[in-house]
Design a protein around this ligand. Structure first.
Ligand SMILES: [Fe+2]
Ligand SMILES: [Fe+2]
Length: 249
């Protein structure tokens, strides 16, 4: 007990180990990581010494021309990925079109691989150049629609939202406005279908592999030949950021 390292010794050891793994490079964390810890600063290492640029040796190596599946396998959070796979599996079982199965597979792609805040908007932006316009629209809209019931399709306010946000939680005005706009949209039901397949897909007993959706992805996702991030679209920088999240600039 007496020899257990103190908190600061453990922090020093972690820093030392990371420096070794990183070949003496320093990780210049973006403000957003620190903001999420309630810290409004770039930290001590913001601009000192040789900084990490390019491949991060702590993360799985990615091929030069990464595909969507490479990001699934090398970057995404395993639990969130399971949720996406289960949702798409349910959509397939419900006999939905390839397009809607893909929408379910990618609906929380921002949560799984990038950022949680406004995940519908970020997720839609990540995939917009590569999918049918309706898929991106539905993914953007599902974020707002999840907070509002629609009895016509048996969709109630989610029980897990009560647990996560409390009974008295009220969506922000921009979410309410997005919901109202989506209700009047010709693709409303596509976004709503994502919600319907989202709600019942947290099942620990269902095991789904990504291979099940390789064909759907092949048919519905226009994978750029140069690789995601190398293709100079409006979303390329988002994929590069996920690939190299610790680049100093
Ligand atoms: Fe979502
Ligand atoms: Fe979801």
């Amino acid at each position: 007990m007496g020899n257990a390292p103190t908190l600061s010794e453990r922090a020093d050891e972690l820093e030392h180990r990371q420096m070794q793994e990183l070949g003496e490079r320093i990780v210049g964390k973006s403000l957003i990581y620190n903001l999420a810890d309630g810290d409004r600063s770039l930290g001590d290492n913001a601009f000192g010494g040789r900084m990490l640029m390019g491949e991060d040796p702590r993360l799985p190596a990615m091929p030069d021309r990464p595909t969507l599946l490479d990001f699934f396998r090398c970057r995404f959070d395993a639990f969130a990925l399971t949720h996406l796979l289960q949702s798409a599996n349910l959509a397939q079982k419900n006999g939905l079109s390839d397009r809607m199965v893909l929408a379910c597979l990618l609906h929380d792609i921002a949560v799984a691989g990038f950022i949680r805040t406004d995940h519908g908007y970020w997720g839609a932006q990540m995939i917009e150049p590569y999918v049918d316009e309706e898929v991106a629209w539905a993914i953007r809209a599902h974020q707002a629609l999840r907070f509002f019931p629609d009895e016509s399709v048996g969709y109630a306010y989610p029980e897990n939202y009560r647990r996560m946000f409390g009974d008295d939680y009220q969506p922000e005005p921009y979410v309410v406005a997005a919901y109202e706009e989506a209700r009047r949209h010709r693709w409303y039901m596509s976004a709503r279908i994502i919600c319907v397949n989202d709600l019942y897909s947290f099942d620990p007993d269902v095991h789904v592999e990504i291979d099940q959706f390789e064909d759907v992805i092949g048919r519905e996702f226009r994978q750029p030949e140069e690789g995601l991030g190398n293709d100079n679209t409006t979303a390329s920088h988002l994929w590069r950021t996920i690939r190299w999240p610790a680049n100093a600039l």
